[in-house]
Each structure stands twice: as C-alpha cells, then as structure tokens.
Design a protein around this ligand. Structure first.
Ligand code: OGA
Ligand code: MN
Length: 249
C-alpha cells in the first residue's frame, strides 16, 4: 500500500486561531498581491522553502486539464473516509499520459518546480476536492516522496496552512489563488505540516476566501536513493482497485 501522507496533529482543527493582519482586503486584491511572503503574526516559513507562482496557467489551460481528467473522476463519488484519514470530500486519480497541449503544461510545471531534473515521477496526482472537502495537517510520506512537491490549484482559491510540527505556534497561512502553482521544499516540506482549510475556515488576512470545488495537480519528486538501492517508484495506481477506489491493505 502506498501511504502518500502521514497524518499529524489534529490540534489545528479545534480551537483555530484565525490569522489576521487587521485590515480587510478584498479577495481580488489578494490575488494581485504577492501571496508568497509567507509571514504571519505567528510564524515565518523559512526562506525559499515555499513559493507560489500566481497565474501559472491560463483559464483555457485550466479548462483543458480539467476536461482531460473528467472522464477519470466524474463518475466517482466524493469520499469522506480516506484510508489514511487525511482527506474529506475528495476523489482522485493518477495520470501519466496527456494530450499534447496538456503535456506541455505539465512539462512547464515540472521545469518550474524541479528545474531540468528528468527523474521526476512522470505521473501527476489529480485530486478533486468537493466544495466542502478539506485536507487535514500532514507531511507527505518521506518514504515515497522526495524533497520537492509542486501543485497546481485549479477551479477554486484556497488557503494552505503550514504548521511547524514541533512548535505548532509557528503557523503560516498561504493564499493559493486559482491558476497558481505552489512549490514546497526543505523545511516547509519536512518540518511543517500542510493542510487545505475547510470552506468555513478559509480566511486569509482577515478576508473570507470563497472556496468551491478545487482540483489540484500534484507532482512529487522521487526519493533520492543510492544507486545500489534503487527501487521501482511507487505507482499510486497500484493503490487503486478496478473502480479506482483506494485499496486498503
Ligand atoms: C496531498 C496534498 C495538496 C493539494 O495530496 O498530500 O497535500 O494542493 N494536497 O491538493
Ligand atoms: Mn500533502
């Protein structure tokens, strides 16, 4: 079984303290500001370990990516009992073959995130979160994912929260606008949990963020291993049964 995520503290789900900088900022203004300074009253994400590139894809590219995935996900029900306990209200698949146009976008995403490293997992994890779906705090498995994780946020804005695992008072909320790419590496990937907030908790700098159905396209770097210990990269598809439901084993 492929455990892509490790569940962490649930403390953030109760007694949430909403990060606020005081002044209310309309959402369309948030979009235009940098969402990547990664400071908040309660923490600072270590420099260069998290980046957000707003407007990484166009609306036409978004539509084309979503459309190509729709035949794999549209017939699935949203799940509320994820086998690793981290996600509610989701359906997912993994894709490695794309139309020429979409393949160019995926390639652009890989280059932006990983440079010219050709050893990146060729598959893209497609995660479709319903409007009421959310992702609880977790760190992606260090066994199966390498140093860098990149994700395209499509169809909806959202707030991704980072919280230091050992010092949970260090907490930073990052606004992920629809059409943006985020890249997490280093401390943000290993020392901080990440989560995608519920609709009703989605507030950024005091402004509610409208959450709808959101699709993310996630590329993960493989784990670096010495040449004599190379293993076959995990195939997420092996964790799905014929109906594309995760297999518990
Ligand atoms: C995950 C995850 C974030 C996203 O699947 O492990 O953290 O952008 N997803 O959907
Ligand atoms: Mn994750």
């Amino acid at each position: 079984m492929i455990m892509l995520r490790r569940l962490c503290s649930h403390r953030s789900l109760t007694g949430l303290s909403v990060i606020s900088t005081g002044s209310l900022v309309p959402c369309h203004k948030i979009q235009k500001r940098s969402c990547g300074d990664f400071h908040s009253p309660s923490g600072v994400l270590p420099h260069a370990s998290a980046r957000v590139l707003p407007g990484f894809v166009s609306e036409a590219e978004e539509e084309s990516l979503v459309q190509e995935c729709s035949k794999y996900v549209d017939h699935l029900d949203y799940q509320y009992d994820h086998w690793d306990g981290v996600i509610r209200g989701y359906r997912e698949t993994e894709k490695s073959r794309w139309s020429p146009e979409n393949s160019a976008v995926v390639e652009r995403m890989r280059r932006a995130a990983f440079g010219n490293d050709v050893t990146i997992r060729p598959r893209v994890h497609v995660l479709d979160l319903s409007a009421d779906g959310y992702i609880m705090p977790h760190v992606d498995s260090v066994k199966f994912c390498g140093d860098t994780i990149a994700g395209l946020s499509l169809l909806s804005d959202c707030v991704m929260r980072f919280k230091h695992e050992k010092e949970p008072e260090k907490m930073v909320d990052v606004f992920l606008p629809r059409l943006s790419l985020y890249v997490i590496t280093g401390d943000a990937r290993y020392l901080y949990t990440h989560e995608v907030l519920k609709a009703e908790e989605s507030v950024f700098r005091g402004t509610p963020v409208q959450r709808g159905r959101r699709m993310s396209f996630i590329c993960r770097q493989p784990v670096a291993r010495p040449a004599n210990q190379q293993t076959v990269l995990p195939n997420l598809n092996s964790a799905f049964d014929a109906e594309n439901k995760p297999v518990y084993s």
